[in-house]
Design a protein around this ligand. Structure first.
Ligand code: CP
Ligand code: NVA
Length: 307
């Protein structure tokens, strides 16, 4: 049966590890394998803006011997005029895989339902699982073993990044903490699913409203924009609600002295993070951005050849 990657817990702990190991190998030798030789085409569809995802998938598909077809929904039939299911029927006869950045998670499920080629979530309102593979790869490069590390995400707990951290972190056996205002807590179903995964891997999930408590002794501190794509109308309200969750030098000082700082980018310096922290010595954001390439290549190789 065709495997898809729609949310972080689509992979078991062993599968996630296998992909991270493969990413590490591909980072050492970028052109070692060409599963897309032909070249076969991969459709990469965007309903929302992107720099990193667009570049890393286009470059990664080319590195694997394939040809990326970047589609903007603004000038395609998907969305307004054609369903995800019908689009999948058309694409699957011509492409090796479908990568899609969209709004509702339900659209991705519809695209994947019964489709003969792998569908990859390149960000939805609920999850950003490709980013998490890159983040885990980055943390592992700097800290070795993932299992047992304490990771604190601060800010919008119901965002795609926070929720993916809960699922992917639990899968990796990490102790995941999310600190957010009560009105922006992660969705109950996601917390329940992450808890169930953590019970198997030895990880844990803890939610906080107090950023100081949440960051105490953490190995890794993570944040993301307070205004995700699609939430622009709520900007003023969000900037007020999230003020105390800013990652600044004072807050970082409460984590472990060598704690890493991650941010998926793009960043709003002076809002969710100060320039001092994001551009400082504990920040590994450029490794994190580069690792999108290696992690997604590993994911594609795994879905095409090993799943
Ligand atoms: N981090 C991330 O997904 O960046 P883009 O929006 O630029 O793709
Ligand atoms: N949470 C952000 C991530 C951007 C890569 C958003 O959805 O806009």
């Amino acid at each position: 049966m065709t495997r898809h990657f729609l949310r972080d817990d689509d992979l078991s702990q062993a599968e996630q590890l296998e992909i991270l190991d493969l990413a590490e190998q591909l980072k050492k030798d970028r052109f070692q394998t060409k599963p897309l030789a032909g070249p076969q085409t991969v459709a990469v569809i965007f309903d929302k803006s992107s720099t990193r995802t667009r570049v890393s998938f286009a470059v990664g598909i080319a590195d694997l011997g394939g040809s990326p077809l970047i589609i903007s929904t603004a000038n395609s039939q998907l969305g307004g005029k054609e369903t995800a299911a019908d689009t999948a029927r058309v694409l699957e006869r011509q492409v090796a895989a479908i990568v899609w950045r969209t709004y509702a998670q339900a659209g991705l499920s519809e695209m994947a339902e019964g489709t003969t080629v792998p569908v990859i979530n390149a960000l939805s309102d609920d999850f950003h699982p490709c980013q998490l593979l890159a983040d885990l790869l980055t943390i592992r490069e700097h800290r070795g073993e993932l299992a047992g590390l304490t990771v604190t995400f601060l800010g919008d707990g119901a965002s795609n990044m926070a929720q993916s951290y809960l699922l992917a972190g639990a899968t990796a056996g990490m102790h995941m903490r999310v600190a957010s205002p009560i009105d922006y807590a992660p969705h109950d179903e996601v917390v329940r699913d992450a808890d169930a995964v953590a019970a198997v891997t030895g990880g844990s999930i803890t939610l906080f409203t107090d950023p100081i408590e949440a960051v105490a002794g953490a190995d890794v501190v993570v944040t993301d924009t307070w205004v995700s794509m699609g939430k622009e109308d709520e900007k003023a309200e969000r900037l007020t609600s999230f003020g105390q969750y800013q990652v600044n030098a004072e807050l970082m000082a409460l984590a472990k002295p060598d704690a890493l700082f991650l941010h998926c980018l793009p960043a709003d310096r002076g809002f969710e993070v100060t320039a001092e922290v994001i551009d400082g010595p504990q920040s590994v954001i450029w490794d994190e951005a580069e690792n999108r390439l290696h992690a997604q290549k590993a994911l594609m190789v795994w879905l095409l050849e090993r799943a």
